[in-house]
Design a protein around this ligand. Structure first.
Ligand SMILES: [Zn+2]
Length: 392
């Protein structure tokens, strides 16, 4: 199958997507939809758009009979990219410059290259004289980089996420990712009682109290067994700011913490875990407020699920060997598909995670070609699989 993938066409497709600025914020994914429609038009799709806020559009393109007589495989890819910040870029982030095997530009790895590989897979199948075994529903969505409320979440709310399984071509180095940790960001504001700096024991220092909170939370062991792919939940105190001057006992100090969570852990449990550790601090002067600003739950697919076997079979057919099965420390839109729509999902795409969100982002063209070949094999062989076919 790899010989049927047109690397030049794949580069051109990726470049066409990269050239449209969809930095989020503000997003403006609507601007790239004409390009996406044009790329998919040869396969005669039915298009449906969901636009929950002006300019924040997602596209569902269903290829196949759509008559319900064949299974449906969803390909979920986000069209937004993280902002190009600072002067660190040495090339135009929206030009798609090719240098040897490297294609540079914002979104080449995360994840316009993955989307392009899925589109090129359809062409490769055609050139090989083969057909998809299923309907293919491309969900090309907004807002993944800022939590997905205006993208995949909006599609779920609109009842548009329907299918038997889902492939998310986010950058994993073509490893098969079946589990991802959740994220909770919380701000803990600690309150003190000001006094003159020459007499620190006359007041209550919010900085001193916050220091005790830091020691209670940072890199703490929150108990429970480790997940085989995701390890243990973590807590990083990433930001601290407080006090008004050297000569005043601090009245206020705020900490921002980043918690990474395991599947099955609810927002309430994650918040309660923080409060329990703070409340266990033996100091009657400690007063605080805790506010959660970001929450995305963890998700996973049993590594023994039949979908994983089918992806691995496609790997072997296209590349000669199976890929590592991994978990990832951060969230993708796969969590909406798994947890809310109840559809099995794997994350597997070209590009390295280390290339996502960095200056001079690039993807290897050879890996785009590998991905397109794997996807073509999967599209040609996919059949719904249910329970675990083996123990993981
Ligand atoms: Zn991404």
């Amino acid at each position: 199958m790899r010989g049927h993938v047109d690397a030049d066409a794949l580069v051109a497709c990726t470049r066409a997507l990269v050239e449209v600025d969809t930095q989020n914020p503000p997003g403006n994914e609507q601007a790239v939809l004409p390009v996406v429609r044009h790329l998919l038009e040869p396969f005669d799709p039915r298009f449906e758009e969901v636009e929950p806020a002006p300019g924040r559009a997602s596209l569902v393109a269903t290829i196949g009979t759509g008559g319900g007589d064949r299974p449906t495989l969803i390909v979920n890819g986000h069209l937004d990219v993280v902002p190009v910040d600072g002067p660190g870029w040495t090339c135009d982030p929206f030009a798609g410059r090719l240098d040897g095997d490297r294609l540079y530009g914002r979104g080449t790895a995360d994840m316009k290259g993955g989307i392009a590989a899925a589109v090129e897979a359809l062409h490769a199948l055609r050139r090989a004289g083969r057909q998809p075994s299923c309907d293919l529903a491309f969900h090309l969505v907004a807002d993944e980089e800022r939590g997905g409320a205006l993208g995949t979440q909006a599609l779920v709310d609109a009842g548009a996420v329907r299918g038997d399984a889902c492939l998310v071509p986010e950058p994993t180095g073509l490893a098969v990712c079946v589990a991802e940790r959740g994220l909770m960001v919380a701000t803990i504001t600690v309150f003190g009682r000001p006094a003159h700096g020459s007499e620190p024991r006359r007041g209550v220092s919010a900085v001193e109290m916050a220091a005790k909170v830091v020691l209670a939370l940072h890199a703490a062991d929150f108990g429970g067994p480790a997940h085989p792919l995701l390890g243990t939940p973590t807590c990083n105190v990433g930001v601290i700011e407080g006090g008004s001057g050297h000569n005043t006992v601090a009245e206020r100090c705020a900490l921002t913490v980043d918690r990474r969570l395991l599947p099955g852990m609810t927002r309430a449990e994650a918040e309660a875990g923080l409060r329990a550790r703070i409340d266990a601090i033996d100091d009657g002067d400690l007063r605080y407020e805790l506010e959660v600003s970001v929450y995305g739950e963890a998700s996973e697919l049993d590594a023994g699920h039949g979908l994983v076997d089918q992806v691995q079979a496609a790997m072997v057919a296209a590349l000669g060997q199976p890929a590592p099965v991994i978990g990832m420390g951060f969230t993708t839109d796969a969590r909406f598909v798994r947890n809310q729509a109840g559809i099995p999902a794997v994350v597997c795409g070209p590009g390295e995670v280390s290339q996502a969100h960095v200056h001079d982002e690039w993807v290897a063209v050879s890996r785009l070609v590998d991905a397109a070949a794997v996807y073509a094999e999967l599209f040609a062989s996919f059949a719904p699989a249910t329970a675990a076919t083996r123990t993981s």
